[in-house]
Each structure stands twice: as C-alpha cells, then as structure tokens.
Design a binder for this molecule. Structure first.
Ligand code: WQD
Length: 337
C-alpha cells in the first residue's frame, strides 16, 4: 500500500516526502515539474537515503495518471499539486480554474475508481478572506479575494460533497498559514520562479545581494509597527502536520478542517530583524504603498489541530530564519543541478 504525493517535488511536498520516508511510509510522487525540478529527487535521496518512486505526469492527463494507480497499490493521497500564485491567478483565472479544479477532479475520479478514498488536501488560510478578527478558527466565515483562493475553497467543497456521496471517504483539509524556512540540511527549500512574490524568499535574496531592496508593502496597518502581521510556520513543522493528518484520515471517515499555524503573528519589520540576526546580513528596505488585496493581520488559532491531530508547531522564528539562511547560502540560485 502506498501514498500518492501529488506535487511531491515542490516546496512543501518535498519536505513532506522527507517526513513520510522517515516514518517508513511507502510513497509515489507525481509531479509535472511546472514549478519544481527533477533534481529535487537527488536531494531527497541525499537526505533520506532512499530515492522516491517518481512519475512525471500532469493531473490533467488522466490516462497517464491512471497508469500510476494501475502500477501501484495506492492507499491514500496527499494532494499538493496546483498553481499557487495569487497575482498570477488574478491575471490568468481560466488557467487557474482549469488546472487546479480539473486536476483535482481527475485525481478524485481515479481515487474512487481504485478504492483509494483517503486524502489530505493542501488548502490555505486564504479561504478566510478578510477575517472578522484574529486569531482565526476553523468555523470562521469563508470568502476569497482572488481566483487562487477560490480554487482552494472550491476544492474543499468538492471534497465535502464527495464525502456526502460516499461515506467511505476520509478527507483532512489543512489550511496553511505562511510556510517558510527550509530543511536543516540546506538541501531542499523554497525555489520560486523569477522575482519572489512572498516575503521570506524576497528577504533572503536581498540579504544575499541577489535583489537590491525589499519594498515593505505599507506601514499604516492597525498593527504594533504598522506593517503586515502573518503567522509564519516552519515548513518542517508543516510537513509533520501532514503525517498527523494522514493518521487521522486513516482512523476517521468524513471530512474535517484544520488550521496549520503557530498561533503567533510577526510583522514584516520583525521578520526583517529576525532574518538579519539569523543571517548576520543586512536587509535593505523601503516603505512602499500597500499591496492590493493584502490584509493587515492574519494568524491562526491552532488549538483544533493540537486537540484532534496531536500536532503543534515546535520551531520558532529564529529556527525558520536560520534554516532559510542556510538554504540560501548553499543554493544562491536555487536548484541549479
Ligand atoms: C506576507 C507579508 C505582505 C512581500 C500569500 C498567499 C497565501 C499563501 C501564502 C499560498 C504581507 C508583506 C510581502 C514583499 C512585503 N500562499 N510583503 N513585501 O500574502 O500573507 O500570503 O502567501 O497558499 O495564499 O496569499 O504572504 O509572503 O506574500 O506576504 O511587505 O515583497 O509580507 O504585505 O504583509 P501572504 P506574503
């Protein structure tokens, strides 16, 4: 029996593969390499001593993906594969809806056909839209402000409807807050294409001299120092949450939702300071106008994941910045193998 990890050579997928392998789980990776590189498999083998079984395939190619189910006894799925850039989704909504929704529908149809009815789904705190208050709990109202977030919410609802239609399904929805950092080995990490949209990859490249200056998007929010506050979580802690969620899915039928965050918010300027201390390098920045669509404050109430999954974040902001700095130092231009 094997776990199918879709998007398993990506940032969060690859870190989850490390933890699954460490737990002696049999797994198969499927990835179309649209936002990752095959050399990640070499890095995974270096870290774990085991090269994961890999299929280069697109979830939109249902026949290709069916081969995976025919050739492997798939028991469950951890589903990361999907486009995830907020700004790009606003510019190219049809591409996002087609890729993220059709890919997931193909996957679910194959799971149903081959009796693999357990799934852990990579969702996002973006489904909460502009939260009424913080910290955010799972029963908060759901709304989205961009097509990317809408695809996450739609997939949550597709999975909920599947559970109603077939009580044999088990679905664990993980709503990530802000994943950052890298594996302590420095061998795997976040490798965004082009200019990073997210804060930490941008900060690490400014510190490394790869980018000139960080634009701090607004310092007039209703936060302690006026800059945006987010719940940053170490990607290794996030990866471990997937193993706890898989265990939960193996023991429970039906669908449930879990915030995966630390419960602590840090501002942009606090992150800059933390990264400077961790890396020993200066991060040049300037205050810039707010980024459209941004919210001032967003952090999780992580209690439900602790009570029901037995999971909580263990790494602190210093760990996140130290591990990210090591990844940046060891891989100045990302995966170049
Ligand atoms: C964090 C803070 C910015 C860049 C996004 C997606 C979300 C999820 C995580 C996928 C904010 C500020 C950022 C910069 C800055 N992705 N910032 N200068 O927007 O909280 O969440 O990534 O699931 O869906 O929306 O993350 O890292 O872009 O921004 O000042 O150059 O840093 O304003 O306050 P965000 P982020």
């Amino acid at each position: 029996m094997a776990i199918l990890v879709t998007g398993g050579t990506g940032f969060i997928g690859s870190h989850t593969v490390v933890e699954l392998t460490g737990a002696n789980e049999d797994l198969v990776i499927v990835d179309n390499l649209s936002n990752s590189k095959e050399c990640v498999l070499d890095r995974l083998e270096q870290i774990t001593g085991k090269r994961p079984k890999f299929y280069k395939a697109d979830l939109l190619d249902k026949d290709e993906c069916e081969k995976i189910f025919k050739e492997n006894d798939i028991e469950s799925v951890i589903h990361f594969a999907g486009f995830k850039a907020v700004g790009e989704s606003v510019a190219k909504p049809m591409m996002y809806y087609h890729n993220n929704l059709m890919g997931t529908l193909n996957l679910c149809e194959l799971m149903s056909k081959y009796g693999a009815k357990k799934i852990v789904f990579s969702s996002s705190a973006t489904v909460y839209g502009l939260p009424k208050s913080v910290p955010i709990s799972e029963d908060f109202p759901l709304s989205t402000t961009n097509p990317y977030g809408e695809t996450k919410l739609m997939i949550e609802r597709i999975l909920a409807d599947i559970c109603v239609s077939d009580p044999e399904w088990s679905v664990a929805i993980l709503r990530y807050f802000n994943p950052i950092g890298a594996h302590p080995s420095g061998l795997i990490g976040e490798d965004p294409r082009g200019i990073p949209n997210n804060l930490l990859p941008y900060v690490s490249k400014v510190a490394a001299g790869k980018l000139e200056c960080l634009s701090v998007f607004g310092n007039d929010y209703d936060t302690p120092d006026g800059t945006g506050v987010r719940d940053y979580i170490h990607v290794v802690d996030l990866a471990k949450a997937h193993l706890c969620a898989l265990k939960y899915a193996r023991e429970h039928k039906g669908i449930d939702y879990f915030n995966v965050g630390t419960g602590t918010g840090y501002s942009v300027l606090e992150i800059v300071k933390a990264y400077e201390e961790a890396s020993g390098k200066k991060v040049n920045y300037k205050i810039a106008p707010r980024r459209p669509g941004d919210i001032g404050e967003c952090y999780a109430n992580p209690e439900k994941a602790y009570k029901m999954l037995g999971w909580k974040a263990e790494k602190n902001i210093k760990d996140m910045c130290v591990d990210l700095a090591r990844w940046q130092e060891m891989n100045p231009d990302g995966y170049t193998d």
